[in-house]
Design a protein around this ligand. Structure first.
Ligand SMILES: [Zn+2]
Ligand SMILES: [Zn+2]
Ligand SMILES: [Zn+2]
Length: 87
């Protein structure tokens, strides 16, 4: 399967500016893993987290690509095409 245009356009990755989910901090909640939007740098929590802020960010903004912010994980995910790529 060919890699989608969103993932193939990914060149300089945006790292997590901080290692917290700001939306969870505001709610006083906890998260499981962190994801970073590659359009604007928004940090959100993963779908195993109660609040799923990364997915909510995609639904609100349609920014298509996130990367994992977890140490040792090197992958990107496109919500639009539901494709994963290692980098
Ligand atoms: Zn895509
Ligand atoms: Zn969160
Ligand atoms: Zn974004």
């Amino acid at each position: 399967m060919a890699i989608c245009s969103h993932l193939s356009a990914l060149t300089a990755l945006i790292p997590a500016a901080e290692h917290v989910c700001p939306d969870c901090v505001a709610l006083g909640d906890k998260w499981v893993h962190l994801r970073v939007c590659q359009e604007c740098g928004h940090v959100g929590c993963c779908d195993q987290s109660k609040n799923k802020h990364a997915t909510k960010h995609f639904r609100a903004t349609e920014h298509p690509v996130i990367i994992s912010a977890e140490p040792g994980e090197q992958w990107a995910w496109c919500y639009v095409d539901e494709q994963m790529a290692e980098y």
